[in-house]
Design a protein around this ligand. Structure first.
Ligand code: AVJ
Length: 325
């Protein structure tokens, strides 16, 4: 692909990401062992997450896709022209295709993702299918400030920037971290930009538990892949048979937690350091907050965004897509 690629050099698989190592060693040393959920998304993890989105019990993707299909035809006139679509945590960019197909003023698409090789493939596919749109992928941990690549041709006004943050990925952030992230996105996207963001809201355990612990075990596989990744990249000796996937709902905090539960007392080694596990002890690997509309709007306001429109699922999930300005 010969388009203006603004891609940081891809990290070869054999090179250890120093932040991954630091996060794992530090997290395994804590009283409640934990590893930031961002590390679930190596190439294999991103692939398994794609499988999750097709699992019958996992309702968010299907619900949001339906909402996006409905709102996509109105979006451009609602906003009054979009120059750049910037997707935060783009993954496969599957849902983005709905927007790209409906937006005729769009000049470029900037997918931002942590999984470099997964991103490169997704970007290449989109560039092929939407030849009129410049695709400029950015490999970045979007939780840290990142710069938009320079758009070539005439510089455009940031009012033409539309951020796209679907999938309820905002749910991976605590309320304070979500406010920080949305504030930072506002700075990155610029004055008078918009943000289209999907937020899951339900606290119904009957929906949530199966969605995060599906019968086919795809989510369990997603979670356990983290142990394989540590073994592969950090000389770990985890035996995945010693751990079980757990999804638990915390109604107080309004979130689903994913854990890996040690099945017996044993020791594990990572980078030459040893970590003791008691039977039943867990590694906390992900939080998925389910923010109600009032909670979410409160956070958005704190991050200096205003809601222009929202589209809510009429069914049990209450999943909502917001257009913020
Ligand atoms: C990608 C963070 C939106 O929280 O639903 C799915 C991740 N984890 N199943 C979610 C996830 C387990 C997903 N997000």
């Amino acid at each position: 692909l010969s388009t203006r690629y603004n891609v940081t050099p891809l990290t070869p698989a054999f090179r250890v990401d120093p932040q991954f190592e630091a996060d794992v060693l530090e997290g395994l040393d804590d009283d409640q062992k934990h590893i930031p959920s961002i590390w679930l998304y190596d190439r294999r993890g991103s692939e398994i997450f794609e499988e999750i989105t097709e699992v019958a019990e996992y309702y968010p993707t299907r619900t949001e896709t339906r909402l996006l299909a409905g709102l996509a035809p109105q979006l451009e006139s609602e906003i009054g022209g979009v120059h750049s679509l910037i997707e935060i945590g783009s993954g496969s960019s599957r849902k983005t295709r709905l927007l790209l197909a409906a937006m005729h003023s769009l000049a470029r698409y900037v997918p931002v993702d942590i999984s470099a090789d997964f991103l490169r493939d997704a970007a290449a596919g989109l560039a092929r299918d939407f030849p009129g749109v410049a695709v400029q992928p950015v490999v970045a941990d979007f939780t840290a400030p990142f710069a938009l690549p320079a758009s070539d041709g005439a510089t455009h006004d940031s009012a033409g920037n539309l951020g796209f943050f679907p999938g309820s990925t905002i749910g991976n952030f605590t309320p304070d971290a979500a406010i920080d992230l949305m504030t930072q996105l506002g700075r990155t996207l610029g004055p008078r930009s918009r943000l289209l963001i999907g937020v899951d809201t339900t606290q119904d355990p009957a929906l949530l538990i199966p969605a995060y612990d599906d019968a086919a075990g795809v989510t369990a596989e997603f979670n356990l892949n983290l142990l394989d990744r540590i073994n592969r990249e950090l000389d770990g000796d985890f035996d995945r048979r010693d751990f079980r996937h757990l999804a638990r709902h915390d109604p107080q905090q309004g979130r689903i937690e994913m854990h890996l539960v040690s099945q017996r007392a044993h020791e594990v080694h990572v980078r030459g350091r040893s970590f003791a596990f008691a039977a039943g002890e867990t590694i906390h690997t992900e939080n998925c907050y389910k923010y109600s509309p009032s909670q979410f709007l409160h956070m958005a306001h704190a991050a200096h965004w205003r809601c222009e429109r929202s589209w809510q699922d009429g069914g049990r999930t209450g999943f909502t897509v917001y257009l913020l300005r």
